[in-house]
Design a protein around this ligand. Structure first.
Ligand code: ADP
Length: 542
Protein backbone atom coordinates (compact mmCIF):
# COMPACT_ATOMS: atom_id res chain seq x y z
CA UNK A 1 0.00 0.00 0.00
CA UNK A 2 1.39 3.41 -0.94
CA UNK A 3 1.24 6.38 1.37
CA UNK A 4 -1.12 9.09 0.27
CA UNK A 5 1.23 12.06 0.33
CA UNK A 6 1.96 14.49 -2.49
CA UNK A 7 4.56 13.48 -5.00
CA UNK A 8 6.80 16.48 -5.47
CA UNK A 9 10.19 16.18 -7.11
CA UNK A 10 13.08 17.56 -5.04
CA UNK A 11 14.30 20.44 -7.24
CA UNK A 12 17.00 23.04 -6.64
CA UNK A 13 14.74 25.88 -7.88
CA UNK A 14 12.54 25.31 -4.81
CA UNK A 15 15.37 26.57 -2.59
CA UNK A 16 15.43 29.91 -4.34
CA UNK A 17 11.66 30.20 -4.40
CA UNK A 18 11.63 29.53 -0.65
CA UNK A 19 14.37 32.08 0.04
CA UNK A 20 12.52 34.71 -1.99
CA UNK A 21 9.18 34.09 -0.31
CA UNK A 22 10.23 33.61 3.27
CA UNK A 23 13.52 35.48 3.51
CA UNK A 24 12.98 38.06 0.77
CA UNK A 25 14.65 40.87 2.74
CA UNK A 26 17.69 38.81 3.72
CA UNK A 27 20.91 40.19 2.30
CA UNK A 28 23.45 38.78 -0.10
CA UNK A 29 26.66 40.82 0.00
CA UNK A 30 29.52 40.38 -2.46
CA UNK A 31 32.94 41.87 -2.91
CA UNK A 32 33.12 42.13 -6.68
CA UNK A 33 36.06 41.56 -8.99
CA UNK A 34 35.49 45.21 -9.96
CA UNK A 35 36.65 46.03 -6.40
CA UNK A 36 33.48 47.42 -4.80
CA UNK A 37 30.88 45.91 -2.48
CA UNK A 38 27.56 44.84 -3.99
CA UNK A 39 24.53 44.33 -1.80
CA UNK A 40 21.05 43.07 -2.56
CA UNK A 41 18.38 40.72 -1.22
CA UNK A 42 17.20 37.19 -1.92
CA UNK A 43 14.13 38.79 -3.54
CA UNK A 44 16.31 40.60 -6.07
CA UNK A 45 18.46 37.52 -6.53
CA UNK A 46 15.37 35.49 -7.41
CA UNK A 47 14.20 38.02 -9.99
CA UNK A 48 17.61 38.23 -11.63
CA UNK A 49 17.98 34.44 -11.69
CA UNK A 50 14.69 34.24 -13.59
CA UNK A 51 15.83 36.90 -16.06
CA UNK A 52 18.99 34.90 -16.54
CA UNK A 53 16.99 31.70 -17.10
CA UNK A 54 15.14 33.50 -19.91
CA UNK A 55 18.47 34.68 -21.33
CA UNK A 56 19.86 31.13 -21.28
CA UNK A 57 16.82 29.86 -23.16
CA UNK A 58 17.16 32.70 -25.69
CA UNK A 59 20.75 31.62 -26.34
CA UNK A 60 19.71 28.08 -27.08
CA UNK A 61 20.59 26.44 -23.77
CA UNK A 62 18.30 23.48 -23.44
CA UNK A 63 17.57 20.70 -20.99
CA UNK A 64 20.74 18.81 -20.02
CA UNK A 65 23.15 21.24 -21.73
CA UNK A 66 26.29 22.00 -19.77
CA UNK A 67 26.84 25.64 -18.85
CA UNK A 68 30.30 26.32 -17.48
CA UNK A 69 31.52 28.95 -15.04
CA UNK A 70 35.00 30.22 -14.28
CA UNK A 71 34.14 32.44 -11.38
CA UNK A 72 34.85 33.50 -7.82
CA UNK A 73 32.30 33.47 -5.05
CA UNK A 74 29.79 36.21 -5.75
CA UNK A 75 26.14 37.01 -6.40
CA UNK A 76 26.38 36.53 -10.18
CA UNK A 77 27.81 33.06 -9.67
CA UNK A 78 24.95 32.41 -7.23
CA UNK A 79 22.42 33.52 -9.87
CA UNK A 80 23.99 31.04 -12.29
CA UNK A 81 23.77 28.25 -9.70
CA UNK A 82 20.00 28.67 -9.68
CA UNK A 83 19.26 29.83 -13.24
CA UNK A 84 21.21 27.00 -14.88
CA UNK A 85 20.16 24.08 -12.66
CA UNK A 86 16.67 25.50 -12.16
CA UNK A 87 16.11 25.48 -15.95
CA UNK A 88 17.10 21.83 -16.20
CA UNK A 89 20.56 22.54 -17.63
CA UNK A 90 23.76 21.44 -15.87
CA UNK A 91 26.02 23.89 -14.07
CA UNK A 92 29.65 22.99 -14.64
CA UNK A 93 31.94 24.85 -12.24
CA UNK A 94 35.40 24.87 -13.81
CA UNK A 95 38.38 25.36 -11.52
CA UNK A 96 40.23 28.49 -12.69
CA UNK A 97 43.38 27.51 -10.82
CA UNK A 98 44.00 24.71 -13.30
CA UNK A 99 46.40 25.02 -16.19
CA UNK A 100 44.73 26.29 -19.43
CA UNK A 101 45.39 22.90 -21.06
CA UNK A 102 43.44 21.18 -18.28
CA UNK A 103 40.61 23.71 -18.52
CA UNK A 104 40.35 23.05 -22.27
CA UNK A 105 40.46 19.29 -21.72
CA UNK A 106 37.72 19.39 -19.08
CA UNK A 107 35.48 21.82 -21.04
CA UNK A 108 35.72 19.55 -24.08
CA UNK A 109 35.07 16.43 -22.05
CA UNK A 110 32.01 18.04 -20.45
CA UNK A 111 30.88 19.38 -23.87
CA UNK A 112 30.18 22.79 -22.36
CA UNK A 113 27.97 25.00 -24.54
CA UNK A 114 28.27 28.36 -22.81
CA UNK A 115 30.98 29.75 -20.55
CA UNK A 116 30.46 32.52 -17.99
CA UNK A 117 33.64 34.03 -16.55
CA UNK A 118 34.78 36.63 -14.05
CA UNK A 119 36.87 39.46 -15.45
CA UNK A 120 39.99 38.30 -13.64
CA UNK A 121 39.96 35.15 -15.77
CA UNK A 122 40.10 36.95 -19.12
CA UNK A 123 43.74 35.87 -19.71
CA UNK A 124 42.73 32.24 -19.11
CA UNK A 125 39.79 32.65 -21.51
CA UNK A 126 42.04 34.22 -24.13
CA UNK A 127 44.42 31.28 -23.78
CA UNK A 128 41.66 28.73 -24.23
CA UNK A 129 38.79 30.26 -26.27
CA UNK A 130 40.28 29.29 -29.64
CA UNK A 131 40.93 25.71 -28.52
CA UNK A 132 37.67 24.58 -26.95
CA UNK A 133 35.42 22.63 -29.29
CA UNK A 134 31.89 22.95 -28.00
CA UNK A 135 31.58 26.36 -26.32
CA UNK A 136 29.58 28.65 -28.61
CA UNK A 137 28.93 31.56 -26.27
CA UNK A 138 31.29 33.38 -23.89
CA UNK A 139 29.84 35.75 -21.31
CA UNK A 140 31.88 38.18 -19.19
CA UNK A 141 30.34 38.46 -15.74
CA UNK A 142 30.36 42.23 -15.53
CA UNK A 143 28.48 45.34 -16.64
CA UNK A 144 28.80 47.31 -19.85
CA UNK A 145 31.17 49.87 -18.29
CA UNK A 146 33.71 47.16 -17.45
CA UNK A 147 33.40 45.08 -20.61
CA UNK A 148 36.81 44.08 -21.95
CA UNK A 149 37.66 44.30 -25.60
CA UNK A 150 39.31 41.11 -26.69
CA UNK A 151 40.19 40.03 -30.18
CA UNK A 152 40.76 36.48 -28.89
CA UNK A 153 37.12 36.12 -27.82
CA UNK A 154 34.83 37.16 -30.70
CA UNK A 155 31.19 37.93 -29.93
CA UNK A 156 31.80 38.26 -26.20
CA UNK A 157 28.54 38.89 -24.33
CA UNK A 158 27.99 41.08 -21.28
CA UNK A 159 26.33 39.48 -18.24
CA UNK A 160 24.42 42.57 -17.12
CA UNK A 161 23.12 43.15 -20.64
CA UNK A 162 21.83 39.59 -20.69
CA UNK A 163 20.08 39.96 -17.36
CA UNK A 164 18.60 43.38 -18.11
CA UNK A 165 17.34 42.52 -21.56
CA UNK A 166 15.17 39.63 -20.39
CA UNK A 167 11.95 39.56 -18.40
CA UNK A 168 11.74 38.42 -14.78
CA UNK A 169 8.65 36.33 -15.54
CA UNK A 170 9.77 32.74 -15.67
CA UNK A 171 8.14 29.60 -14.32
CA UNK A 172 10.77 27.19 -12.99
CA UNK A 173 10.03 23.95 -14.83
CA UNK A 174 9.13 20.78 -12.98
CA UNK A 175 10.93 17.59 -13.96
CA UNK A 176 12.28 14.32 -12.61
CA UNK A 177 14.36 14.90 -9.49
CA UNK A 178 16.99 12.50 -10.79
CA UNK A 179 17.84 14.99 -13.57
CA UNK A 180 21.49 16.11 -13.54
CA UNK A 181 21.96 19.51 -11.89
CA UNK A 182 25.68 20.20 -11.68
CA UNK A 183 29.03 18.79 -12.63
CA UNK A 184 32.34 18.97 -10.82
CA UNK A 185 35.63 17.36 -11.85
CA UNK A 186 38.04 15.80 -9.39
CA UNK A 187 41.45 17.37 -9.40
CA UNK A 188 42.92 14.29 -11.03
CA UNK A 189 46.23 14.13 -9.21
CA UNK A 190 46.62 10.81 -10.99
CA UNK A 191 45.31 10.38 -14.55
CA UNK A 192 42.74 12.57 -16.22
CA UNK A 193 40.16 14.39 -14.10
CA UNK A 194 36.83 12.59 -13.74
CA UNK A 195 33.42 14.23 -13.46
CA UNK A 196 31.00 13.83 -10.57
CA UNK A 197 27.53 14.56 -11.96
CA UNK A 198 25.13 15.54 -9.18
CA UNK A 199 21.35 15.36 -9.49
CA UNK A 200 18.62 17.61 -8.08
CA UNK A 201 17.66 14.83 -5.69
CA UNK A 202 21.21 14.20 -4.46
CA UNK A 203 21.82 17.92 -4.03
CA UNK A 204 18.59 18.49 -2.13
CA UNK A 205 19.15 15.57 0.23
CA UNK A 206 22.73 16.74 0.78
CA UNK A 207 21.43 20.23 1.56
CA UNK A 208 18.99 18.99 4.21
CA UNK A 209 21.78 16.97 5.82
CA UNK A 210 24.41 19.73 5.58
CA UNK A 211 22.20 22.29 7.32
CA UNK A 212 21.53 20.08 10.38
CA UNK A 213 22.79 21.29 13.78
CA UNK A 214 25.39 18.52 14.11
CA UNK A 215 26.50 19.10 10.51
CA UNK A 216 27.25 22.62 9.30
CA UNK A 217 24.52 24.02 11.58
CA UNK A 218 23.06 26.72 9.32
CA UNK A 219 20.15 28.94 10.34
CA UNK A 220 18.33 32.17 9.48
CA UNK A 221 20.30 33.82 12.30
CA UNK A 222 23.61 33.09 10.63
CA UNK A 223 25.76 35.24 8.41
CA UNK A 224 27.67 32.77 6.26
CA UNK A 225 30.85 33.61 4.37
CA UNK A 226 32.01 30.66 2.27
CA UNK A 227 35.73 31.08 1.64
CA UNK A 228 35.72 27.66 0.02
CA UNK A 229 35.24 28.46 -3.67
CA UNK A 230 31.98 27.83 -5.47
CA UNK A 231 34.13 25.89 -7.96
CA UNK A 232 35.31 23.51 -5.21
CA UNK A 233 32.46 20.98 -4.84
CA UNK A 234 29.75 23.66 -4.85
CA UNK A 235 31.36 25.49 -1.92
CA UNK A 236 30.55 22.42 0.18
CA UNK A 237 26.82 22.97 -0.41
CA UNK A 238 26.62 26.34 1.35
CA UNK A 239 25.02 28.22 -1.60
CA UNK A 240 22.11 25.76 -1.34
CA UNK A 241 21.97 25.51 2.47
CA UNK A 242 21.93 29.32 2.84
CA UNK A 243 18.77 29.56 0.71
CA UNK A 244 17.15 26.64 2.52
CA UNK A 245 17.51 28.34 5.91
CA UNK A 246 17.47 32.00 4.83
CA UNK A 247 20.92 32.91 6.15
CA UNK A 248 22.62 36.16 5.15
CA UNK A 249 25.37 35.38 2.64
CA UNK A 250 28.66 37.19 2.23
CA UNK A 251 30.92 36.48 -0.75
CA UNK A 252 34.61 37.48 -0.78
CA UNK A 253 35.12 37.49 -4.59
CA UNK A 254 38.78 37.11 -5.54
CA UNK A 255 40.06 38.79 -2.35
CA UNK A 256 41.01 35.84 -0.14
CA UNK A 257 43.98 37.35 1.69
CA UNK A 258 43.86 37.71 5.49
CA UNK A 259 43.33 41.48 5.48
CA UNK A 260 40.39 41.51 3.07
CA UNK A 261 38.73 38.51 4.66
CA UNK A 262 39.02 39.91 8.17
CA UNK A 263 37.61 43.28 7.10
CA UNK A 264 34.64 41.57 5.49
CA UNK A 265 34.04 39.34 8.53
CA UNK A 266 33.90 42.40 10.76
CA UNK A 267 31.99 44.75 8.43
CA UNK A 268 29.23 42.24 7.67
CA UNK A 269 28.96 40.52 11.07
CA UNK A 270 29.91 37.11 9.72
CA UNK A 271 29.10 34.30 12.20
CA UNK A 272 30.16 31.23 10.21
CA UNK A 273 32.80 30.57 7.61
CA UNK A 274 34.25 27.56 5.84
CA UNK A 275 37.49 26.77 4.04
CA UNK A 276 40.62 24.64 3.71
CA UNK A 277 43.39 24.92 6.34
CA UNK A 278 45.80 26.82 4.06
CA UNK A 279 43.42 29.77 3.68
CA UNK A 280 43.02 30.09 7.46
CA UNK A 281 46.78 30.26 7.85
CA UNK A 282 46.82 33.54 5.95
CA UNK A 283 43.91 34.89 7.94
CA UNK A 284 45.36 33.91 11.33
CA UNK A 285 48.77 35.34 10.43
CA UNK A 286 47.12 38.69 9.61
CA UNK A 287 44.97 38.71 12.73
CA UNK A 288 47.90 37.83 14.96
CA UNK A 289 50.31 40.31 13.38
CA UNK A 290 47.83 43.16 13.79
CA UNK A 291 46.46 42.21 17.18
CA UNK A 292 42.92 41.91 15.86
CA UNK A 293 40.00 39.78 17.03
CA UNK A 294 36.81 38.32 15.62
CA UNK A 295 33.89 40.21 17.11
CA UNK A 296 31.08 38.18 15.50
CA UNK A 297 32.61 35.04 14.03
CA UNK A 298 31.79 32.08 16.25
CA UNK A 299 32.34 29.01 14.07
CA UNK A 300 34.43 27.93 11.18
CA UNK A 301 34.20 24.75 9.17
CA UNK A 302 37.61 23.38 8.19
CA UNK A 303 38.02 20.52 5.76
CA UNK A 304 39.48 19.52 2.41
CA UNK A 305 42.62 18.40 4.20
CA UNK A 306 43.35 17.64 7.84
CA UNK A 307 43.11 20.61 10.18
CA UNK A 308 46.16 20.66 12.45
CA UNK A 309 45.15 20.73 16.15
CA UNK A 310 47.56 23.66 16.62
CA UNK A 311 45.30 25.72 14.32
CA UNK A 312 42.18 24.59 16.17
CA UNK A 313 43.70 25.64 19.46
CA UNK A 314 44.51 29.16 18.22
CA UNK A 315 41.00 29.63 16.80
CA UNK A 316 39.28 28.28 19.88
CA UNK A 317 41.44 29.41 22.78
CA UNK A 318 42.73 32.73 21.51
CA UNK A 319 39.81 33.90 19.37
CA UNK A 320 36.80 32.04 20.74
CA UNK A 321 35.95 30.69 17.28
CA UNK A 322 34.81 27.05 17.43
CA UNK A 323 36.34 24.82 14.76
CA UNK A 324 34.18 22.22 13.07
CA UNK A 325 36.39 19.68 11.38
CA UNK A 326 34.62 18.09 8.41
CA UNK A 327 35.53 15.54 5.79
CA UNK A 328 34.24 14.73 2.35
CA UNK A 329 35.16 14.57 -1.28
CA UNK A 330 34.00 15.64 -4.74
CA UNK A 331 32.47 12.20 -5.25
CA UNK A 332 30.38 12.77 -2.09
CA UNK A 333 28.82 16.18 -2.92
CA UNK A 334 31.03 16.56 -0.62
CA UNK A 335 29.88 16.11 2.96
CA UNK A 336 30.60 12.80 4.70
CA UNK A 337 31.43 13.50 8.33
CA UNK A 338 31.42 16.44 10.73
CA UNK A 339 33.15 16.50 14.09
CA UNK A 340 30.44 17.74 16.43
CA UNK A 341 31.02 16.47 19.96
CA UNK A 342 28.49 14.43 21.90
CA UNK A 343 27.89 15.10 25.63
CA UNK A 344 30.46 12.48 26.62
CA UNK A 345 33.23 14.16 24.63
CA UNK A 346 32.15 17.64 25.70
CA UNK A 347 32.71 16.62 29.31
CA UNK A 348 36.35 15.64 28.63
CA UNK A 349 39.32 17.80 29.70
CA UNK A 350 40.33 20.37 27.04
CA UNK A 351 43.36 18.44 25.79
CA UNK A 352 41.36 15.25 25.21
CA UNK A 353 38.57 17.21 23.56
CA UNK A 354 41.07 18.66 21.14
CA UNK A 355 42.29 15.15 20.30
CA UNK A 356 38.70 14.21 19.36
CA UNK A 357 38.30 17.40 17.31
CA UNK A 358 41.38 16.44 15.33
CA UNK A 359 39.31 13.52 14.04
CA UNK A 360 37.17 14.14 10.97
CA UNK A 361 34.00 13.30 12.85
CA UNK A 362 30.80 11.34 12.78
CA UNK A 363 28.86 10.25 9.71
CA UNK A 364 26.21 12.74 8.68
CA UNK A 365 22.84 10.99 8.42
CA UNK A 366 22.59 9.55 4.92
CA UNK A 367 26.24 8.52 4.74
CA UNK A 368 27.21 4.99 5.67
CA UNK A 369 30.90 4.41 6.54
CA UNK A 370 32.98 1.28 6.84
CA UNK A 371 36.67 0.49 7.07
CA UNK A 372 38.13 -2.68 5.62
CA UNK A 373 41.46 -4.48 5.85
CA UNK A 374 43.55 -5.60 2.88
CA UNK A 375 41.40 -8.75 2.64
CA UNK A 376 38.27 -6.60 2.23
CA UNK A 377 36.88 -7.67 5.63
CA UNK A 378 35.29 -5.01 7.82
CA UNK A 379 37.50 -3.81 10.67
CA UNK A 380 36.44 -3.10 14.24
CA UNK A 381 35.30 0.37 15.28
CA UNK A 382 37.86 0.54 18.07
CA UNK A 383 39.67 3.75 17.17
CA UNK A 384 42.83 1.71 16.51
CA UNK A 385 42.28 -0.54 13.50
CA UNK A 386 43.09 1.44 10.35
CA UNK A 387 41.87 0.40 6.92
CA UNK A 388 40.48 1.70 3.65
CA UNK A 389 37.39 3.81 4.12
CA UNK A 390 34.33 2.96 2.00
CA UNK A 391 31.10 4.93 1.81
CA UNK A 392 27.61 4.72 0.40
CA UNK A 393 24.60 6.99 0.36
CA UNK A 394 22.20 8.97 -1.83
CA UNK A 395 24.66 11.82 -2.54
CA UNK A 396 27.66 9.61 -3.35
CA UNK A 397 28.49 8.83 -6.97
CA UNK A 398 27.45 5.52 -8.48
CA UNK A 399 29.65 6.13 -11.53
CA UNK A 400 31.77 8.92 -12.98
CA UNK A 401 30.43 11.16 -15.76
CA UNK A 402 30.27 9.24 -19.05
CA UNK A 403 31.13 6.05 -17.18
CA UNK A 404 34.79 7.08 -17.19
CA UNK A 405 37.07 4.59 -15.44
CA UNK A 406 34.44 1.83 -15.34
CA UNK A 407 32.43 0.86 -12.27
CA UNK A 408 34.03 2.56 -9.27
CA UNK A 409 31.99 0.64 -6.67
CA UNK A 410 33.00 -2.43 -4.71
CA UNK A 411 29.89 -4.42 -3.75
CA UNK A 412 27.84 -1.24 -3.76
CA UNK A 413 30.35 0.80 -1.74
CA UNK A 414 32.53 3.66 -3.00
CA UNK A 415 36.21 3.29 -2.01
CA UNK A 416 37.40 6.73 -0.92
CA UNK A 417 41.13 6.13 -1.23
CA UNK A 418 41.47 7.31 2.37
CA UNK A 419 42.79 5.23 5.24
CA UNK A 420 40.92 5.72 8.50
CA UNK A 421 40.00 4.49 11.96
CA UNK A 422 36.52 4.68 13.50
CA UNK A 423 36.08 4.69 17.27
CA UNK A 424 33.29 3.20 19.37
CA UNK A 425 31.41 6.53 19.38
CA UNK A 426 31.54 6.65 15.59
CA UNK A 427 34.25 9.32 15.25
CA UNK A 428 36.21 8.65 12.07
CA UNK A 429 39.83 9.75 11.72
CA UNK A 430 41.72 9.87 8.45
CA UNK A 431 45.25 8.65 9.03
CA UNK A 432 46.25 9.11 5.41
CA UNK A 433 45.37 8.91 1.78
CA UNK A 434 46.27 5.40 0.66
CA UNK A 435 48.71 6.84 -1.89
CA UNK A 436 50.42 8.96 0.80
CA UNK A 437 50.82 6.22 3.42
CA UNK A 438 54.43 5.54 4.42
CA UNK A 439 55.17 1.82 4.50
CA UNK A 440 58.04 1.22 6.88
CA UNK A 441 59.12 -2.42 7.23
CA UNK A 442 55.63 -3.56 6.20
CA UNK A 443 53.91 -1.33 8.79
CA UNK A 444 51.97 1.82 7.97
CA UNK A 445 52.94 5.22 9.29
CA UNK A 446 50.22 7.88 8.99
CA UNK A 447 51.66 11.08 7.56
CA UNK A 448 48.88 13.33 8.90
CA UNK A 449 49.81 12.65 12.55
CA UNK A 450 53.42 13.53 11.81
CA UNK A 451 52.41 16.74 10.05
CA UNK A 452 50.13 17.76 12.92
CA UNK A 453 53.02 17.43 15.39
CA UNK A 454 55.33 19.53 13.23
CA UNK A 455 52.59 22.16 12.86
CA UNK A 456 52.42 22.43 16.65
CA UNK A 457 56.04 23.71 16.69
CA UNK A 458 56.00 27.50 16.94
CA UNK A 459 58.59 27.93 14.17
CA UNK A 460 56.72 25.85 11.57
CA UNK A 461 54.40 27.47 9.03
CA UNK A 462 53.64 24.39 6.93
CA UNK A 463 54.74 20.76 6.98
CA UNK A 464 54.31 17.81 4.64
CA UNK A 465 55.41 14.31 5.46
CA UNK A 466 56.28 12.00 2.58
CA UNK A 467 57.79 8.58 2.11
CA UNK A 468 61.50 8.54 1.26
CA UNK A 469 63.25 5.41 0.03
CA UNK A 470 65.16 3.49 2.70
CA UNK A 471 67.51 0.55 2.01
CA UNK A 472 66.38 -1.46 5.04
CA UNK A 473 62.79 -0.34 5.77
CA UNK A 474 61.66 0.37 2.15
CA UNK A 475 60.21 3.73 3.15
CA UNK A 476 60.76 6.11 6.03
CA UNK A 477 59.13 9.49 6.82
CA UNK A 478 60.78 12.60 5.45
CA UNK A 479 59.45 15.92 6.69
CA UNK A 480 59.35 18.86 4.28
CA UNK A 481 58.96 22.10 6.22
CA UNK A 482 58.36 25.78 5.55
CA UNK A 483 59.53 27.90 8.51
CA UNK A 484 57.59 30.93 9.73
CA UNK A 485 59.17 34.17 8.47
CA UNK A 486 62.24 34.99 10.57
CA UNK A 487 61.98 31.80 12.68
CA UNK A 488 65.05 29.76 13.59
CA UNK A 489 64.80 25.99 13.58
CA UNK A 490 67.21 23.15 12.93
CA UNK A 491 66.59 19.62 11.74
CA UNK A 492 67.77 18.25 15.11
CA UNK A 493 65.46 20.54 17.09
CA UNK A 494 62.43 19.52 15.07
CA UNK A 495 63.22 15.80 15.31
CA UNK A 496 63.71 16.18 19.09
CA UNK A 497 60.25 17.82 19.22
CA UNK A 498 58.69 14.42 18.35
CA UNK A 499 60.07 12.79 21.51
CA UNK A 500 57.25 11.67 23.76
CA UNK A 501 54.67 12.83 21.22
CA UNK A 502 54.64 9.72 19.04
CA UNK A 503 55.90 6.10 18.95
CA UNK A 504 59.67 6.29 18.52
CA UNK A 505 59.73 4.34 15.26
CA UNK A 506 57.28 6.85 13.69
CA UNK A 507 59.73 9.74 14.21
CA UNK A 508 60.74 11.29 10.87
CA UNK A 509 64.22 10.26 9.78
CA UNK A 510 65.01 13.58 8.20
CA UNK A 511 63.81 17.15 7.72
CA UNK A 512 64.34 19.39 4.71
CA UNK A 513 63.52 23.10 4.83
CA UNK A 514 61.98 24.64 1.71
CA UNK A 515 60.66 28.10 0.78
CA UNK A 516 57.25 26.79 -0.26
CA UNK A 517 55.26 23.59 -0.54
CA UNK A 518 53.38 23.25 -3.85
CA UNK A 519 49.61 23.64 -3.44
CA UNK A 520 47.01 22.21 -5.82
CA UNK A 521 44.01 23.93 -7.35
CA UNK A 522 41.95 23.48 -4.18
CA UNK A 523 44.69 24.63 -1.79
CA UNK A 524 45.94 21.19 -0.79
CA UNK A 525 49.57 20.20 -0.46
CA UNK A 526 50.68 18.33 -3.59
CA UNK A 527 52.58 15.48 -2.02
CA UNK A 528 53.00 13.72 -5.35
CA UNK A 529 55.10 16.70 -6.51
CA UNK A 530 57.15 16.56 -3.31
CA UNK A 531 57.69 12.80 -3.73
CA UNK A 532 58.92 13.50 -7.25
CA UNK A 533 61.19 16.29 -6.01
CA UNK A 534 62.71 14.19 -3.22
CA UNK A 535 62.78 10.87 -5.07
CA UNK A 536 66.54 10.63 -4.78
CA UNK A 537 66.72 12.07 -1.27
CA UNK A 538 69.36 10.31 0.78
CA UNK A 539 68.21 9.66 4.34
CA UNK A 540 70.81 9.78 7.10
CA UNK A 541 71.81 6.22 7.95
CA UNK A 542 72.12 6.31 11.75
P1 ADP B 1 40.95 16.23 -4.68
O1 ADP B 1 41.82 16.26 -3.44
O2 ADP B 1 41.25 15.12 -5.61
O3 ADP B 1 40.77 17.57 -5.25
P2 ADP B 1 38.60 16.41 -3.17
O4 ADP B 1 38.67 17.87 -3.12
O5 ADP B 1 37.31 15.76 -3.39
O6 ADP B 1 39.52 15.82 -4.24
O7 ADP B 1 39.30 15.85 -1.89
C1 ADP B 1 38.90 14.71 -1.21
C2 ADP B 1 39.99 14.22 -0.32
O8 ADP B 1 40.48 15.26 0.51
C3 ADP B 1 39.53 13.17 0.64
O9 ADP B 1 39.47 11.91 0.04
C4 ADP B 1 40.59 13.26 1.72
O10 ADP B 1 41.77 12.57 1.36
C5 ADP B 1 40.91 14.72 1.75
N1 ADP B 1 40.20 15.37 2.84
C6 ADP B 1 39.06 16.08 2.79
N2 ADP B 1 38.73 16.56 3.99
C7 ADP B 1 39.68 16.14 4.85
C8 ADP B 1 39.93 16.30 6.24
N3 ADP B 1 39.12 17.00 7.03
N4 ADP B 1 41.01 15.70 6.76
C9 ADP B 1 41.86 14.98 6.00
N5 ADP B 1 41.69 14.81 4.69
C10 ADP B 1 40.62 15.38 4.11
Amino acid sequence: MNGSMMQQPLLISSLLTHAERHHGEQQVVSRRSEGDIHRYTYREMGARARRLANALAAHGVSFGDRVATLAWNGYRHMELYYAVSGSGAVLHTLNPRLHPDQVVWIADHAQDQVLFFDLSFLPLIEASAGRVNTIKVFVAMTDRAHMPVSAAVPGLLCYEDLVESHAAQFEWPSFDENTASSLCYTSGTTGNPKGALYSHRSTMLHTFAAALPDSLNCSARDVILPVVPMFHVNAWGLPYAACMVGAKLVFPGPFLDGKNLHELFEAEGVTVSAGVPTVWQGLLAHVEANNLKFSTMRRTVIGGSACPPAMMRIFQERYDVAVLHAWGMTEMSPLGTACTLKPRQLALPAQERLAIQAKQGRAVFGVDLKIVGEDGQALAHDGQSAGELLVRGPWIIASYFKGEGGDPLVNGWFPTGDVATIDADGFMQITDRSKDVIKSGGEWIGSIDLENIAMAHPAVAMAACIAARHPKWDERPLLVVVKKPGAQLTREELIAFYEGRIAKWWTPDDVVFVDAIPLGATGKMQKNKLREQFREHCLPTA
